[in-house]
Write a protein that binds this ligand. Structure first.
Ligand code: SF4
Length: 384
């Protein structure tokens, strides 16, 4: 009874501190998830960014001795940029996905969870807890689903019927035996919009994602972008969210509940050329607070080059040639060479031929050849 009262008080408090949804579940193992994770691993569908063993990811007691319950929280984030700058010829802009707008959500949600912990610590002797947001062992989605925050969509994301899927999730394991909430009975029904719209077929079946084919994941890798996916990114330089954009649960959803998540238009739609030569120091100063900067500047620069190729931005050729000739990182030189060929100017092709005489890296040379192939295909009347 006392714990039920405490639960109510905590729910009230969570509203005061700006948590959009809160739910409670037991700390019992996520048995169904265990077999799914094993399958994902066996099929080679995992991203590699996951933390911990499958046991740790599915058995809260392995993470905290005496675990009794898990408190799940959700915060909604905006989907529209007020006064968004236009991407125009000569000044093309890239795009960070919405989950990277504003201050890094890991920080914001950890602060909210800490406030909840402080609230409980003041009221319960020997209170113990362990909080995590995204990068912890537990699956935020599985916890939130079991805690009744939303349901798991066919796009593998947690969908709240009221808030949609543009929500951040976090959780706290506690040693308090709170009464669990009930999972929702709602679901996707016969809708398959996300599966139909995914440009790479990464949603291999309803509720199953091959992370290795997911563009959101691929924008965060540091090697070469697989060639077959380079054209599909459009101007996205971090993340990708078609499976959310098409989801009916997200129609007209645009929550501006948290000033921390408000996008700075110039940051979330940065000028692509400006990104190409940014120093580490300026990158940290400008983008360091965004979730999308967690892998450093290299993947974003690689993606910025691909976005310039997507726009066929001839005005950027000179800068791309400079990158191809001078950048110490092979992936950047090679991607620049590919983009130069894709944009397809005589000056660009000549620059690739010249650069090939000096280049020693075999992979960069392959990309240079691919760049020149665009010219040959053009000559033969084949255009990709
Ligand atoms: Fe479910 Fe349709 Fe949304 Fe996909 S697009 S998650 S199938 S409701």
């Amino acid at each position: 009874m006392a714990y039920n009262q405490l639960k109510q008080q905590l729910i009230e408090y969570s509203k005061e501190i700006g948590i959009d949804k809160i739910g409670f579940t037991s700390a019992s193992p996520f048995s169904e998830l265990k077999s799914r994770l094993k399958e994902q691993q066996d099929l080679g569908y995992a991203s590699g960014f996951e933390k911990g063993t499958i046991e740790e990811r599915t058995e809260p007691q392995k993470l905290m001795q005496g675990a009794e319950s898990i408190i799940a929280i959700a915060l909604a984030y905006p989907t529209k940029i007020p006064n968004a700058p236009r991407s125009k010829k000569g000044e093309r802009r890239g795009m960070f996905c919405r989950a990277s707008w504003g201050t890094d959500y890991h920080i914001v949600l950890q602060e909210k969870l800490q406030k909840l912990a402080d609230f409980l610590e003041e009221r319960i002797a020997n209170f113990q807890y362990s909080s995590m947001v995204d990068t912890g062992e537990l699956s935020d989605r599985a916890v939130a689903e079991r805690a009744g925050i939303g349901f798991s969509g066919k796009n593998t994301l947690l969908i709240s019927p009221e808030l949609g899927s543009y929500i951040y999730l976090g959780e706290m394991i506690t040693n308090i035996p709170f009464t669990p909430d009930q999972p929702l009975s709602e679901g996707c029904g016969t809708c398959t919009k996300c599966l139909d719209a995914c440009p790479t077929g990464a949603l291999v079946e309803p509720g199953r994602l091959n992370a290795q084919q997911c563009l959101a994941f691929l924008t965060q890798t540091k090697g070469y972008m697989p060639e077959e996916h380079r054209d599909k990114l459009g101007n996205f330089i971090y993340g990708f969210e078609t499976c959310q954009v098409v989801c009916p649960y997200n129609y007209r959803v645009d929550f501006h509940h948290h000033p921390e998540f408000e996008p700075d238009p110039d940051l979330v739609k940065p000028k692509l050329v400006d990104l190409l030569f940014i120093s580490n120091r300026d990158f940290k100063k400008k983008f360091g607070k965004m979730a999308g900067s967690w892998r450093g500047k290299k993947p974003l620069q690689r993606n910025a080059i691909l976005a310039l190729a997507h726009y066929q931005e001839k005005d950027a050729i000179e800068k791309l040639i400079q990158l191809m000739n001078e950048d110490p990182r092979p992936v950047i030189r090679g991607t620049a060479a590919w983009a130069i060929g894709k944009i397809g100017t005589i000056e660009g092709y000549q620059a690739i031929e010249k650069a090939m005489e000096e280049e020693n890296d075999q992979e960069v040379l392959i990309e240079m050849k691919k760049g020149l192939n665009f010219r040959d295909e053009k000559k033969r009347g084949i255009s990709k």
